[in-house]
Write a protein that binds this ligand. Structure first.
Ligand code: NAD
Length: 495
């Protein structure tokens, strides 16, 4: 029997609740972690109780004063070592991601590199964290400085076991905060291992603690009186819920939600490049990306483009090597994805490529192949709901105005993309898309550091984006100091 994972507090593994191997079948205490490729149980994630959360928060509280008192230049020395340890151990981190998430190895290594890029941004904070100073009157000066909030927590989703925790962790702690991380109970192994690298890098006890658990543990963290700010990434319903809960408690909150990303193919687009890009976007990480393509709006009939997309997607194979499409996260996800395809079929939509063929192929694991639906019926649920699997809906539009009307009507607003060779057309769409991250001939338009990441509407219940300079502002408050040292005759409040 697999051992359950343990929480990480004060730079060591701990179990406070009675975590006995005999109890792993008790679903009130543990959740099995399954390998999506085989369906086998590979570990157990404990469902932390209040005393576990209290212990982690208390550890942060104990560490905070000494950590914030260090200079930022001092803090980044540890972050430099952490960056190097992540590079050195990338293969092992990727093994864990492939095992518990299911994505292919190249995708796993790419998410590690992207997570480490946020850490690289954090290394530049000594240059960015400087305050301002100005003589505001004769003899009177004002200065401001950026200060850590205290204890912050990050609640993260399953789809990027390493990258999403690293969207917040490096910037949160380099600015002087202490952080409690709650990984997704579906992929808890990756970050549990990364904690050991933080210790090896020299991070003092209590600066980062990790508690395992599900929704209940997440809510306990958000409610905890000593937690000053919360970041959340996950589904829109939970993002909205936690945002309201945290605002009601007067905590800073940054909550990112789901997505339904629309790509538009203008008649002049480069067929081969567009087809390749669209296929990579909707099949990459098996469609389990908040930046994945969901809907392709073709302006006019575009049979050659559609044929090329279907041909490229048909040639993909199931597996976890470079270029292959991995499984989806679990049984529930598999059922949800296939039910959207079945429903579309029942509604009379044309299934140009049917990924249900991959189901039960090897007899185990959660496999479903790339699926392409050509829609006639604009009300089909597959066109509107976030499916979070390798499914592309295609719809023909009469005009660019109609394409924009459809894109703007969707309640999400994470990403959108226009494929065209015409700069004027690209500008027209860029100005009108109702999304926070826009691509021109790029189907996964992730802004790279130092640009911040984030959507609008139901894709973000936050007042700022999550990485880059926005994260620096989120994790700090401004202290304004007004000073008067000059003798009275040199002072004037007016000049
Ligand atoms: P999820 O909402 O089910 O879970 C996310 C986290 O919240 C997990 O740690 C989970 O334990 C916790 N949680 C779940 N229900 C909760 C509740 N009722 N109260 C408190 N905490 C709760 O999301 P998921 O299935 O793990 O991730 C997929 C979703 O994340 C998709 O919708 C995807 O679009 C979204 N996502 C968005 C972004 C973005 O940047 N906007 C990035 C990655 C993923």
């Amino acid at each position: 029997m697999q051992k359950p994972l343990l929480n990480w507090v004060d730079n060591t593994y701990v179990a406070t609740t009675e975590w006995d191997l005999k109890l792993v079948s008790d679903t009130t205490k543990f959740i099995p972690v399954t390998s999506p490729a085989t369906g086998e149980i590979v570990s157990y994630a404990p469902l932390s109780k209040r005393e576990d959360v209290d212990l982690a928060v208390a550890s942060c509280k104990k560490a905070f004063e000494a950590w914030r008192s260090r200079t930022v230049k001092d803090r980044i020395q540890i972050m430099i070592r952490l960056h190097q340890l992540i590079v050195k151990n990338a293969d092992h981190i990727a093994d864990l991601i492939v095992l518990e998430h299911g994505k292919n190895r190249t995708e796993a290594l790419a998410e590690i590199a992207k997570g480490n890029e946020t850490l690289e941004f954090a290394l530049s904070l000594p240059q960015l964290m400087q305050g301002h100073i100005l003589d505001v009157s004769r003899g009177v000066a004002c200065r401001d400085s950026l200060n850590p909030l205290g204890i912050v927590c990050s609640i993260v989703p399953f789809n990027f076991p390493f990258m999403v925790p690293f969207w917040t962790l490096p910037i949160a702690i380099t600015t002087g905060n202490c952080l409690v991380l709650k990984p997704s109970e579906k992929v808890p192994m990756t970050m549990t291992y990364v904690m050991t690298l933080m210790k090896e890098a020299g991070l003092p006890d209590g600066v980062v603690n990790l508690v395992h658990g599900g929704p209940e543990t997440a809510r306990m963290l958000c409610e905890h009186a000593d937690v000053n700010a919360v970041t959340f990434v996950g589904t829109s319903a939970v993002a909205e819920l936690l945002m309201k809960q945290c605002r009601g408690l007067n905590k800073r909150v940054l909550a990112l939600g789901g997505a339904k990303n629309h790509l538009v193919a203008y008649p002049d687009c480069n067929i081969d490049m567009t087809a390749q890009d669209v296929v990579s976007s909707f099949t990459g990480c098996s469609g389990q990306r908040c930046m994945a393509a969901s809907v392709l709006l073709c302006i006019g009939e575009q049979p050659t483009l559609i044929e090329s997309i279907v041909a490229k997607a048909t040639s993909l194979t199931a597996g976890q090597s470079t270029g292959q499409v991995g499984p989806v996260i679990d049984e529930a996800s598999l059922k949800r994805i296939s039910s959207y395809i079945s429903q579309a079929e029942e509604n009379g939509e044309k299934i140009l490529l049917d990924g249900r063929k991959w189901m039960n192929k090897g007899g185990s694991g959660f496999w479903i192949g790339p699926t392409i639906i050509l829609h006639n019926n604009r009300s089909d649920p597959a066109l509107h709901d976030e499916i979070f699997g390798p499914v592309l809906s295609i719809l023909a539009c009469d005009s660019k105005e109609q394409a924009i009307e459809i894109e703007n009507a969707n309640p999400y607003g994470n990403a959108a993309c226009i494929y065209t060779r015409d700069g004027g057309v690209a500008e027209w769409f860029t100005k009108r898309f109702g999304a926070g991250m826009i691509g021109v001939n790029i189907g996964v338009p992730v802004p790279r550091e130092p640009f911040s990441f984030g959507g609008i509407n139901k894709s973000s219940f936050a007042d700022s984006d999550i990485t880059g300079v926005d994260a620096l502002n989120f994790f700090t408050y401004k202290k304004k100091v007004t000073t008067k040292w000059a003798p009275p005759e040199e002072i004037s409040w007016l000049t």
